[in-house]
Design a protein around this ligand. Structure first.
Ligand SMILES: Nc1ncnc2c1ncn2[C@@H]1O[C@H](COP(=O)(O)OP(=O)(O)OP(=O)(O)O)[C@@H](O)[C@H]1O
Length: 246
């Protein structure tokens, strides 16, 4: 085989490989999922890995599976997870990410922000706002199904939470970009005391933990948020208002 013909053939194959997305996606991570999310696989993961969180499991399974199977969601999926440290909020976010992208938290399409790490100085709030909005816009432009996880929401400046708000509404386009397929997950310790109180009340009255219904927790969270007129409560109230699933 002549070197020139061989070179041309190789170039042809490479061009075909790069220009044919499905083939390319066999070897590299792609925004369009390699496998669509399986409700059964997510349920299996939640059941086998996440313990003692029957309410979170149910809400997360229905919300995530329902959202991913909807070809035209009207707004992004927004989840707000509350609880004491070490109760599995980051853990369950990882499970969600892994069920959508093989790379999980390491995927190019999954972005984790930690309030105290990424936005430490209240004096830089204007800069953070601009950077965060540009980051979200850039990444959703590149991949509509981007996942953004915000940890320590209770420590996040309320102004920064306001900066996320425009992306979460029922807009078809914001500055020519659609955010309707994106997923936003907010994690915080806020409301944890009330959640424990409810669990303790159930235990004292001889009921099973699994008897706790979502409405019991929703009521407890809203009471704890609205009764506290401090800064943390303000950010928590904003957080729960941002989310369609708490
Ligand atoms: N409900 C749970 N089921 C199974 N494992 C859990 C659960 N909760 C926590 N873990 C284990 O503990 C580890 C720490 O939990 P995780 O980081 O998810 O807590 P967190 O709620 O996000 O805490 P923080 O508020 O401090 O961020 C997890 O990586 C996991 O191994």
């Amino acid at each position: 085989v002549e070197p020139i013909s061989l070179g041309l053939a190789l170039a042809g194959v490479l061009t075909g490989y790069i220009s044919y997305p499905r083939l390319y996606c066999l070897f590299a991570e792609c925004c369009s999922q390699k496998r669509s999310l399986s409700r059964e696989a997510l349920q299996k993961d939640l059941d086998s890995k996440l313990f003692g969180q029957h309410l979170a499991k149910k809400v997360i399974l229905n919300a995530v599976a329902g959202f991913i199977s909807n070809p035209k969601p009207k707004k992004p999926l927004t989840l707000s997870l509350h609880g004491w440290t070490g109760t599995g909020k980051n853990f369950v976010s990882k499970i969600i990410a892994e069920n959508i992208y093989e790379g999980g938290l390491n995927s190019d399409y999954v972005h984790l922000f930690v309030a105290t790490l990424h936005f430490p100085h209240a004096s830089n709030i204007t800069l953070y706002k601009d950077q965060l909005q540009l980051w979200i816009r850039g990444n959703v432009s590149a991949c509509a199904r981007s996942i953004f996880i915000f940890d320590e929401m209770d420590k996040m400046h309320a102004g920064l939470i306001d900066a996320i708000k425009p992306f979460l509404d029922y807009y078809e386009l914001v500055d020519r970009v659609s955010y309707q397929k994106a997923i936003f997950i907010f994690l915080s310790n806020a409301g944890a005391e009330r959640i424990t109180d409810v669990a303790l009340d159930f235990w004292r009255s001889g009921k099973q933990r699994e008897d706790i219904k979502l409405k019991d927790m929703e009521h407890a969270l809203s009471v704890s948020v609205f009764n506290n007129k401090n800064k943390i409560a303000d950010t928590t109230q904003k957080q729960t208002k941002l989310a369609s699933h708490v």
